[in-house]
Design a protein around this ligand. Structure first.
Ligand code: IVH
Length: 688
């Protein structure tokens, strides 16, 4: 071990690694951070610098090495040392009692048997293998016997330990394989979808799809940006010395720093298990991640071997599935919708049916792959369900009800709207129409242009845009500004009053702030935040239009892909003409300083003191009595502040409304100032 690295440096690197791992554990596993983001960043930076200076010290086990290189050859296949079986399902109390009877009969026991009840996490099953305390590899379940080697992606998830602490007491072995679920909580899922929406990418249907899609990425850098979480619940191959019950083994997993779901209970009989199922049927709605049932496991592990498994599933475990609200209806037709960036999405047109409070007549089918996988045909009787309680989905086809007249769906080769050939790319499941003047794209672009966060043209909804394009020949944004009241009155459901209101709303949009216009243009990959960053940086549309790639890249938060997209948008002659036309129509976005100017005006009313809100970052949580969340956001921004959706060390104030949740807890943990509604209003009014 002769080397030029001073012993003090070697020790410091070791200490830093241990400290950072410890802080990752405190933050990502226990949700109890002990230091601020800034302090954490400093430790990380120090370690990075030392590793850069002394390359001999580099190690894949270092927390700096979580995000690795892109995989160029796809995933290797891994054969599981112990197969990853699935679990049989039950749907009723009666079936649970039958399960209990069967287990006791096979074991030759009478009396009550002890069970552990856990949540069934609706994510993606994975296994992680540790050899001599270090992460050796991680894999997907695959077919239960072989899965994909997704080590590089799992390493990016910071609740997955790179190294295990020692248990001591002679309990440690050389090998342990731990199984669990990777998932996204609802806020994380929504964050990903909001970003995809802003970027014109097709949305993920539910958190599980988003998780699966993330883990399939070949670029760990992309995976690292997804807020993936884990819960571990089982052990595969191991030579560790383990306690005799499953409940105690879960505690061992906790001692090994794995994230284990806290909602688990030991039940002394199947009747207690049944009580738990009743409790969770409604309580699950309070969780911020998806569960599709409970998992019931015999607590004593020695019984597991005696019970064994069927071809499909072990006999010592059973899932109890929660009831999802479902309905059966006829799929009448599959139509394809073209979004503003040209993405073509297949949609099922259904015989209208009542489901969980609303009449459902359409369901998203996501993409061609999904239709094929579920073998969905036109004319089928289908089971539909609300995914994540919002968007209706086709769960499965009732193939036993087929008459033979159902027709398989063929994805059109040409755009269903404008007829131009569709682009099927190898790289993504999305199919695109590349014709920028495709009417469906125009409609969706107009809709986006008029939305609240963009040009804020009230009344410019789906039905109106449809008519504007079809009947009044609206093609470009500028056409909106040439609409006369008379022309509008000729449309369906448009009286003189609504026509007048619309004309006024369109007129008022001419002075929307620059960021609103930039966002409204619908440039691919440019979401609301990027639009605001660009407006603040360039200050005028003209400067933005002329910006070079380098200048764009200099804007914080703008990377290669976004810069390229912006550049190609403004280079496009059609877009240039469209913008010149908009300006000729009198659109004068309040240039960059719009926000600052209003802040200054607000300040002027109170004297020359700058608003206490300017430059500050706010997080809103809970419900305010006097205003909606978006009104609160607008008022903060009007005074030069900004809002963020998550609490971090960079947050200045957390505004706490009624029924505030985890953000309040986090604010307390990080010692961030909280404001109740009254204090917040006082601050807005400059009373301090
Ligand atoms: S135990 C052989 N516990 O559900 C038993 N599985 O439908 C090993 N799952 O493949 C699994 N939460 O992906 C277990 N608390 C939990 C679980 C759980 C979710 C998943 C797991 C499994 C699937 C079976």
């Amino acid at each position: 071990m002769s080397s030029s690295v001073p012993e003090t440096v070697r020790q410091r690197v070791e200490t830093l690694r241990q400290e950072i791992e410890e802080h990752d554990y405190l933050y990502y596993v226990l949700n109890r951070p002990r230091i601020s983001d800034r302090e954490y960043d400093l430790l990380m930076r120090e370690l990075e610098e030392l590793e850069a200076r002394y390359p001999e010290l580099r190690s894949p086990l270092s927390p700096t090495q979580r995000v690795g290189e892109k995989l160029t050859e796809g995933f290797r296949t891994i054969t599981h040392a112990v197969p990853m079986l699935s679990i049989s399902n039950t749907y009723s109390q009666a079936e649970l009692r039958e399960f209990d009877e069967r287990v006791k009969r096979l074991l030759g026991l009478s009396g009550d048997l002890e069970y552990v009840v856990e949540l069934k996490i609706d994510g993606v099953a994975v296994t992680v293998r540790y050899e001599d305390g270090a992460l050796a590899y991680g894999a997907t379940r695959g077919d239960g016997f072989q899965g994909d080697d997704i080590t590089a992606n799992l390493r990016t998830i910071r609740s997955v330990p790179l190294q295990l602490p020692r248990l001591g007491g002679g309990r440690d072995g050389r090998i342990i394989e731990v199984r669990g679920e990777v998932y996204l909580d609802y806020p994380g899922f929504e964050r990903i979808n909001r970003q995809r929406e802003a970027e014109g990418e097709p949305l993920f249907a539910n958190p599980r799809n988003a998780t699966a899609g993330s883990l399939k990425q070949l670029d760990p850098a992309i995976v690292a940006q997804r807020p993936l979480q884990t819960f571990f619940y089982a052990i595969g191959e191991t030579d560790y010395v383990l306690p005799p019950t499953h409940a105690e083994r879960l505690e061992v997993l906790e001692q090994l720093h794995f994230r284990v779901n806290p909602h688990r209970s030991v039940c002394r009989s199947i009747e207690e298990v049944i009580e738990k199922t009743k409790e969770w049927e409604t309580r699950r709605e309070t969780l911020d991640y998806a569960t599709d049932g409970l998992v019931v496991k015999v607590n004593r592990v020695e019984y597991w071997e005696r019970l064994g498994a069927t071809a499909k599933a072990p006999r010592w475990v059973v899932a109890y599935k929660f009831s999802a609200e479902q309905a059966v209806t006829t799929l009448k037709e599959i139509v394809c919708q073209v979004g503003r960036t040209g993405t073509v999405t297949p949609v099922a047109v259904l015989e209208p049916v009542f489901l969980a409070g609303t009449v459902v007549s359409r369901a998203t089918l996501h993409n061609a792959e999904e239709i094929q996988r579920k073998d969905i045909r036109v004319g089928d009787q289908v089971v539909i369900e609300k995914a994540g309680e919002i968007i209706p989905q086709v769960v499965r086809v009732l193939t036993e009800l087929r008459t033979g007249r159902e027709k398989p769906f063929e994805f059109p080769r040409n755009c269903p709207c404008c007829g131009s050939p569709l682009l099927f790319s190898e790289k993504e499941v999305a199919v695109r129409c590349e014709n920028a003047s495709c009417p469906d794209q125009i409609k969706d672009r107009l809709l986006h242009f008029g939305q609240r966060d963009a040009m804020d043209i009230e009344g410019l909804g789906t039905q109106l845009t449809e008519q504007l394009v079809a009947k009044l020949g609206v093609r470009r944004f500028g056409d909106l500004y040439r609409l006369s009241r008379e022309a509008l009155e000729s449309l369906e459901r448009m009286g003189p009053k609504s026509a007048e209101n619309l004309v006024q709303a369109i007129e008022a949009s001419k002075t929307r702030p620059l960021w609103a216009l930039i966002f409204g243009l619908g440039i691919r990959h440019v979401g609301l935040q990027s639009a605001k960053d660009l407006a603040a940086h360039f200050g005028s549309l003209d400067a933005l239009r002329k910006a070079s790639r380098e200048q764009l890249l200099a804007v914080e938060g703008i990377g290669e892909i976004v810069a390229e997209s912006i550049e190609s948008f403004f280079r496009n002659p059609d877009n240039a003409a469209m913008l010149d036309d908009l300006l000729a129509c009198g659109v004068r976005p309040e240039e960059g300083a719009g926000i600052a100017r209003r802040a200054a005006q607000a300040g002027a009313e109170r004297g020359p003191v700058a608003s206490p809100i300017a430059g500050k970052t706010f997080v809103l949580t809970g419900t305010l009595k006097s205003m909606t969340r978006s009104e609160a956001t607008q008022r903060i921004e009007a005074l030069g502040g900004r809002t963020s959706s998550s609490v971090s060390a960079k947050t200045d104030y957390v505004v706490v409304g009624e029924e505030a949740g985890s953000k309040l807890e986090k604010a307390h943990k990080l010692g961030i100032q909280t404001l109740n509604e009254e204090e917040f209003l006082a601050l807005l009014e400059g009373k301090e």
